[in-house]
Design a protein around this ligand. Structure first.
Ligand SMILES: [Zn+2]
Length: 341
């Protein structure tokens, strides 16, 4: 893409003449981002930010290019500063500028940002090529919705680790927030987080009717709904036809030391899996969770060869499903599942 074209994208149709024709209220000065010695005024929606061209140009090649274009003398200025109209939300622009200006609320090490800040960092980091900002935000999203099973196992699902939401509900990683993530992943072409996200959505969205009902309120891209429903269906059949196939072997191994006890246990395990409430994502439960869910952990009473076999087969089964997981959702395989940034 040529430089000229890129800066046109930034300006969009929001050149001063157009923008003024549609604005009803006079623009407001940002309280936090209005520097007396600023050299450029950015306007997003109805908010103006008086900031420094040098700071923007240093961080963004897009702004650097934009400032090379002479400002026409006929266009209005504020305090002698040119006005650049942006097609972004005022909130996104505020978040990103506060980061560029090193605002303490934003750049304190250890501070966990709000999701709206992470989203702004990705949206604008991508558009204005502020790579450090985009990469940092992207890595937060990816750690929350990872691509490897090891990382997926380590996600703390009692809340959020790498960004926050206002804690206004009991079910913190609830449907609506996961929906917001899926919509955002589609908006910014972040495909690598989708498989994890869909698997996690299977918990709170157990009732498919809820999924469609909620999608009415918070529209999900059609492709996302289709991916989710198809993948869920495949996981359900994989769960019974592949994941727990090892149960049939328990008690029949040549090395089994207690055939009567182990085969009895095998029959009860089959019933347990069949009677379990249908959580397709239980395919990924670790052995410990499976063990705890069956007759208060009595699976430990299997003879040692059967128990070792069961643990190994369980581990191999969940890894095998994870390896091909994206294809269940009609996505490319993990190594081809790139983010179009
Ligand atoms: Zn045995």
């Amino acid at each position: 893409m040529s430089k000229r074209r890129r800066t046109d994208d930034v300006l969009g149709s929001g050149r001063p003449g157009n923008a003024h024709a549609f604005s009803v209220e006079p623009p407001e000065k940002s309280e936090q981002l209005w520097f007396e010695d600023g050299s450029i005024v950015l306007q997003a929606e109805n908010t103006q930010f008086k900031v420094h061209r040098s700071i923007l140009a240093k961080n963004s090649p897009i702004f650097a290019d934009l400032f090379k274009i002479p400002h026409p003398a006929s266009e209005p200025t504020i305090d002698g500063c040119p006005i650049v109209h942006l097609q972004d939300s005022a909130e996104d622009v505020k978040h990103v500028l506060l980061i560029l200006y090193g605002d303490r609320e934003y750049v304190n090490p250890g501070r966990v940002p709000h999701f709206s800040v992470v989203a702004a960092m990705i949206r604008l980091g991508r558009k204005y090529e502020i790579d450090f900002m985009k990469d940092e935000a992207l890595s937060r999203l990816k750690r929350e919705f990872p691509t490897t099973l090891e990382e997926f196992d380590d996600v703390d699902r009692t809340g959020w680790t790498h960004f926050t939401f206002p804690t206004d509900t009991v079910h913190d990683r609830e449907c609506k927030k996961l929906y917001a993530m899926i919509r955002f992943a589609y908006e910014c072409n972040i495909r690598s987080i989708l498989p994890s996200l869909y698997v996690e959505l299977m918990g709170p969205a157990r009732d498919l009717d809820n999924v469609f009902y909620l999608s009415n309120e918070l529209p999900m891209p059609y492709d996302a709904l289709r991916s989710f429903v198809c993948g869920r269906d495949i996981l359900l059949s994989v769960r019974t036809q592949e994941t727990y196939q090892w149960i049939r072997e328990v008690g029949t191994l040549v090395s089994c030391k207690s055939r009567v006890k182990c085969s009895g246990m095998s029959r009860r395990l089959v019933l347990h899996v069949l009677n379990d409430p249908v959580y397709p994502s239980s395919v990924f439960h670790k052995w410990e969770a499976f063990e705890a869910g069956f007759e208060n952990g009595t699976i430990k009473e299997l003879c040692d060869p059967c128990l070792q076999y069961a643990k190994r087969a369980h581990k191999e089964a969940r890894e095998a499903v994870w390896t091909v997981l994206p294809t269940y959702f009609k996505l490319p395989e993990w190594d081809k599942l790139t983010d179009d940034m």
